[in-house]
Design a protein around this ligand. Structure first.
Ligand code: NDP
Length: 268
């Protein structure tokens, strides 16, 4: 668990992740491992910021000399509004998870992180079912659509999924039941795993060659992945995506290749 600083008492450092809560974030460990691997003299800390205080906190950290910030739940939209310049992916998703403080330039590396986490996976075709309609779902839809996937979207509260599709101009098909049949990839973007809840999916209908992917991760398989695995499906949790979004953030700040192996090792 991280030592957590309130933003008003943040120490002199180079990088930080801001969020609420923030004590469980693995970003300090992962980025510190990257700095050590490349012999970079830089520090990375966890800073607690309450909703509504993001703009003030980013101004204060900038004045303190911080170079870069990662932003996690629930601040990615407020961070986007603070930035003076944003990348096209960030504008499309209307959220920022990575900021260069001096230039007030922001980007979002979640979609890239998700895509890269699957780059080497041998899918035979590109049909995906995405479950959820929360903050992370936009990045996943955007990544899949950019790579030509045929996507269906299910959410417990269907109206939220409908408004997400409309707001982001997504072509994904809204479904009222999470039907697993024929899908090559089933992605859980809900936070159900965090509370140990199960989604209403019938794994016996799944294509046995499909990959079950949960954005969540923990010391053992999430309930979603544990069920998928018991039906013989291949499974992947959110750690590789976390590493890849962090590597993309590292590259945004340092303009050099991130040490992915060491960053991944820090998450095990
Ligand atoms: P949000 O809180 O924005 O999303 C909540 C979503 O989960 C909604 O669609 C909600 O449905 C659904 N949900 C919550 N509980 C249940 C339940 N019991 N049954 C069914 N649906 C449920 O979360 P985020 O999008 O920010 O994060 C989602 C998950 O992804 C988290 O586990 C997070 O840790 C992980 N994550 C991982 C990343 C990585 O790099 N690996 C990056 C970002 C997120 P409804 O609309 O009906 O309320």
């Amino acid at each position: 668990m991280n030592e957590v600083f309130a933003w008003r008492e943040a120490p002199i450092a180079d990088f930080a992740v801001i969020g609420h809560p923030i004590k469980h974030s693995l970003s300090p460990k992962m980025h510190t491992a990257a700095f050590i691997a490349l012999g970079l003299e830089a520090s990375y800390v966890a800073v607690e910021v309450l909703p509504g205080e993001v703009s003030e906190a980013l101004d204060a950290l900038r004045i303190k000399g911080y170079r870069g910030i990662n932003v996690t739940v629930p601040h990615k939209e407020e961070a986007f509004l603070w930035c003076e310049e944003t990348t096209s992916i960030s504008q499309r998703l209307r959220v920022c998870n990575t900021i260069d403080l001096a230039s007030r330039r922001g980007t979002n590396t979640d979609a890239e992180g998700f895509s890269r986490s699957l780059a080497d996976y041998p899918f035979s075709s590109k049909k995906a079912l995405v479950l959820g309609a929360g903050g992370s779902t936009r990045a996943i839809l955007s990544a899949l659509e950019a790579e030509g996937w045929d996507v269906s979207l299910w959410n417990r509260t269907q109206s939220k999924a409908a408004s997400l599709l409309e707001r982001f101009g997504s072509k994904a098909m809204l479904v009222d039941q999470p039907d697993l049949a024929d899908n090559d990839l089933i992605v859980n973007t809900t936070s159900a795993s965090l509370s140990g809840d199960r989604l209403p999916v019938n794994w016996s209908k799944a294509n046995p060659d499909a990959l079950a992917y949960d954005l969540a991760y923990g010391p053992s398989l999430t309930p979603f992945l544990s069920d998928a695995s018991s039906f013989g499906l291949a499974v992947m949790d959110g750690r590789r995506m976390l590493m890849e979004q962090g590597a993309a953030a590292f590259e945004f700040w340092w303009n050099r290749e991130a040490p992915r192996e060491e960053m991944m090792a820090a998450l095990q």
